[in-house]
Structure formats: C-alpha cells, structure tokens
Design a protein around this ligand. Structure first.
Ligand SMILES: Nc1ncnc2c1ncn2[C@@H]1O[C@H](COP(=O)(O)OP(=O)(O)OP(=O)(O)O)[C@@H](O)[C@H]1O
Length: 264
C-alpha cells in the first residue's frame, strides 16, 4: 500500500535560553514513521515529548532541522491544501456564522463564491450540524464549535487530516460522542488521519495503530496495532481486549527520558 506520510530521520532543534546562555534544544530526533494511505494513526505521549512539533512539521508550519517528510511521495515544503489541521482551540471567527466559517476554508482554496454555501452545508451535514449553519460561534456549544472546525477542515477535501488534541477541551460525554462521529466520518471519507492525544483510552479507541512517543528528544518508541473495531453505541471500552491494549500502551509510556540540551 502507498504510504500517505513518511518521516525519515526527522530532527527538530529550537534555540532556547538555558542557564542564561543560548542553547540548542532538540525537541524531536530520529523520528521515523510511515503512515499507510487511509490509516487512522493515534499518537500518544507525555506532555512536552514533541507531539505538536511533529504535527507542525507535517503540516508544513515549521521545517525540520534535518531528515525528510514526504506526503504521498512528495517532500513537504510548507502548508498546502492536501493537509488540514484541527486544533484543540476551534479557531472560529466569531463574526462569521458556522456556514461562513466553513466557507473560509473554501475561499482559501479558491472555490468559486456561488459553490461555497452548498459545499459548506454538505460538510455541516456530515458532522451532524444540519440546521445550525446560520448560528454564530457564541451560539454553539464547545462540541458544536469543534464540529464546525472539523467541517471546515474536511470541506477543502484534504488527503490527510491532522488533529492536535481536538477533543481535549470537551467534557467526557461530548468527547465520546465526537470520537464516534469522527470514526464515522473517517470510515465514510477514507481520509488518512493523524490524531494527537494525551489520552491512552482515546488513542486505543480511535486508532488503527497507536504510535507512542518518548520524550527528550521525542521519538517514536513503540507502534501498536489495534485490532479492535469499535461500533458506535457498543461499549468496546469494557472489552478485555481493550483493557489489554490500553495496558500495553500504558506500559510503553513508562520509558525513562534523557535530557538533551547542547550549548551553542
Ligand atoms: N518554538 C519553540 N521554541 C523552543 N522550544 C520549543 C518550541 N516549540 C516547542 N518547544 C519545546 O519542544 C518540546 C516539545 O514541545 P511540543 O509542544 O511539541 O510537545 P507536546 O508533546 O505537544 O506537549 P503537550 O502535550 O504538552 O502539548 C517542549 O520541550 C517544548 O518546550
């Protein structure tokens, strides 16, 4: 199968102040990862291990210090419409309705004005927001705002959906319903999804594969295939197989870390 995404020996250094001196801080190093087309990959790791750094690199928002990132065989050189990012904060424009917020993405990729409302409404339908197109963000719940953000990301028809802890700010019940919704959308669209989370349960529930990151410098320390097939409405989390996988990921996260700051 074609790899949608390849990270090959990726390293990212930041210049920081350490003990009053300029220092090079290696956030991620030796990052190797291959994500097959259409896979739902969850990435889990402790705070500060470099998950957002990895996602920003793939999104093209930053560039690697060394190594290669390929998207469908092409080097990533900056942001492009083949990737869409959903962040924890919904980043909706408060003065635009849900429809107009979704249209924003369509505007940015040059979809003609008269086609935008129909496409926006189709994607609001896809995320379960039929009838809410004319609402402003302040009239929507947190979960609904995140649905608008997902609709906006999907409307530009990216090949890869990059999600950085998109449900972290939501209450547990809303989070679970959006997880089911996301699985439904993923099955319906066949997109490749890279989903960053702190939550072991969330990673095991959503991912076809879970990549575990270890910190300082961040790298992929384990890859775990998840052979569950959660059916929305069924309690897969109570399945002993879920518990075993959860424990497997948990154990993998208990790795010691080395500190890496080099003075420059
Ligand atoms: N622009 C930057 N300049 C300096 N250091 C940075 C910068 N961005 C990230 N870092 C450092 O790189 C490391 C990885 O940060 P990153 O935000 O990728 O971690 P994370 O795993 O996403 O954390 P969290 O789960 O808390 O969001 C951290 O130690 C962070 O302080």
């Amino acid at each position: 199968m074609t790899a949608a995404l390849v990270l090959d020996g990726v390293r990212k250094d930041f210049v920081v102040r350490d003990a009053g001196r300029s220092a090079r801080f290696t956030a991620v190093q030796d990052l190797d990862l291959e994500v097959p087309d259409g896979q739902f990959l969850a990435i889990v790791g402790p705070s500060g291990c470099g998950k957002s750094t990895l996602l920003d690199l793939v999104a093209g928002l930053t560039t690697p210090t060394s190594g290669r990132i390929l998207l469908h065989g092409q080097p990533v050189t900056g942001p492009a419409t083949d990737r869409a990012v959903v962040f924890q904060q919904y980043a909706l424009l408060p003065w635009r309705t849900a429809r107009k917020n979704v249209e924003l993405g369509l505007e940015s990729v040059g979809v003609p004005r008269r086609q935008r409302p129909r496409l926006a409404d189709e994607h609001l339908d896809l995320v379960g927001l039929t009838g809410f197109a004319d609402r402003y963000p302040h009239e929507l719940s947190g979960g609904m705002k995140q649905r608008v953000a997902i609709a906006r990301a999907l409307a530009v028809d990216p090949r890869v959906l990059l999600m950085d802890e998109p449900f972290a700010a939501l209450d547990a019940q809303t989070r679970e319903s959006l997880q089911d919704e996301l699985l439904r959308i993923w099955r319906a669209t066949g997109k490749t999804v890279v989903f960053i989370t702190h939550g072991i349960d969330e990673a095991v529930y959503l991912g076809q594969r879970v990549a575990v990151m270890s910190p300082r410098p961040g790298r992929i320390s384990d890859l775990i295939d998840i052979d569950l097939d959660p059916v929305p409405g069924e309690d897969v989390r109570s399945d002993p197989a879920f518990g075993r996988l959860r424990h497997r990921v948990w154990s993998s996260l208990q790795q010691p870390a080395d500190r890496e700051v080099a003075h420059v």
